[in-house]
Design a protein around this ligand. Structure first.
Ligand code: HEM
Length: 359
């Protein structure tokens, strides 16, 4: 299906416009943008997986958002660590892990219901979404006894897309709004570039190449505020020799991405939000090998292209519609992340002042 293909741009554009409308309802007054952002990013995954988006007031959608949010928070909690260490004991105790299992079950059964509906509609003959493409693949391989394509795996894949593709991108977008409000000079410069370069209201992901400063700002947000505590755990498939150390086959490896993303050898001011990290002296965008927010190698982020597209389209549409400002009396929003497996900002309020009324 190609996560991040051009065909997904329309869905992302639609979702970002919905988010602009939700922000506009606040009429420039202080509000917490976290839930509307999570709703919109989850709806992108719904559109990709199921072929449609949910209305925000839909009961199932609310349950889905609660499930994704709860599990992401639980993953960074003390009870999660306890469960990992003593699963045999924890199974007998009433603790939040039961709620996490409930959330996982909810998402798997929603995926299975959708698979059933797609099968009844036979829509895979003209595939439009992940389920259709997967059903088509099952059909093509039905005589292959080694095939791993089956409905259980498909439901689990949909579950994984929600967990890997919602909290990550939503966290980056929450940081984007916070950092733009805290750094109005950077926000205004990016806005001016966008307005000077994108004359009409229509733009595509390809336009990113014409916006070096905005591109640098987007990269800097993801460098400065990496959305996880550490990289994904992996295991060595064979003995590895590295810098004189032997790492035996089967060793668990937990990469510390911040050791690269905040390395003073590679970044002029690693602990500051500074888009110049990605610009040369003439203001051209410079791609850096050390930008490892999406990991590296064969198991790097599967959704990187989608995430980059989403991040660009959402931020540009939001910036064109609003100037993000601190609420009256607030000098600065807290730039320390919440502790957990994912590292979103602490809850905050911001003013999204409509551009037409502010100018
Ligand atoms: C800002 C957004 C995102 C960031 C920063 C991010 C980051 C990462 C990182 C660091 C990894 C581990 C890579 C490694 O071990 O080298 C990863 C894996 C993964 N990501 Fe993302 N991700 C983002 C968005 C997404 C989206 C939107 C999707 C899907 C819709 C997605 C799906 C996945 C999957 C399935 C994996 C596991 C790949 C594997 O194990 O082979 N991610 N991501």
């Amino acid at each position: 299906m190609g996560v991040g293909k051009k065909s997904m741009e329309g869905q992302i554009e639609e979702e970002s416009q919905q988010l602009v409308e939700v922000f506009a309802l606040e009429k420039g007054q202080p509000f917490d943008p976290a839930l509307p952002i999570t709703n919109s990013i989850s709806n992108v995954i719904c559109a990709i997986s199921f072929g449609y988006r949910f209305p925000l007031e839909d009961k199932t959608f609310k349950e889905l958002i609660d499930a994704v949010t709860f599990t992401s928070k639980f993953g960074g909690s003390f009870f999660y660590v306890l469960y990992e260490m003593f699963p045999w004991l924890m199974k007998h105790l009433p603790a939040p892990h039961n709620e996490a299992f409930h959330a996982t079950k909810m998402l798997l059964s929603l995926a299975k219901e959708e698979i059933q509906k797609h099968k009844e509609q036979m829509s895979f003959q003209e595939p439009r979404d992940f389920i259709d493409f997967y059903l088509l693949e099952i059909e093509k391989r039905k005589n292959d006894p080694t095939s791993t394509y089956d409905e259980e795996n498909m439901a689990q894949d949909i579950h994984d897309l929600f967990f890997a593709g919602t909290e990550t991108t939503a966290t980056s977008l929450k940081w984007a709004v916070l950092l733009l409000a805290n750094h109005p000079d950077i926000q205004d410069k990016a806005y001016k570039e966008i307005e000077d370069v994108l004359c009409s209201s229509f733009f595509s992901y390809q336009d990113l190449k014409k916006l070096p400063y905005t591109n640098a700002v987007l990269h800097e947000i993801q460098r400065f505020k990496y959305p996880f505590l550490f990289g994904f755990p992996r295991q060595t498939a064979k003995d590895v020799k590295m810098r004189g150390f032997l790492i035996p086959k089967g060793t668990a490896i937990i990469p510390n991405m911040r050791s690269v993303l905040l390395d003073p050898k590679h970044w002029e001011s690693p602990k500051e939000f500074n888009p110049n990290h990605f610009l040369d002296q003439d203001g051209h965008f410079v791609a850096k090998e050390q930008f490892l927010a999406f990991g590296a190698g064969a198991r790097a982020c599967l959704g990187e292209q989608l995430a980059r597209m989403e991040f660009f389209i959402f931020v540009v549409n939001l910036l064109r519609a609003f100037r993000f400002q601190l609420p009256p009396g607030v000098k600065e929003l807290n730039e320390e992340p919440e502790a957990g497996l994912s590292t979103p900002p602490h809850p905050y309020k911001v003013c999204a002042v409509p551009r037409c009324s502010s100018s």
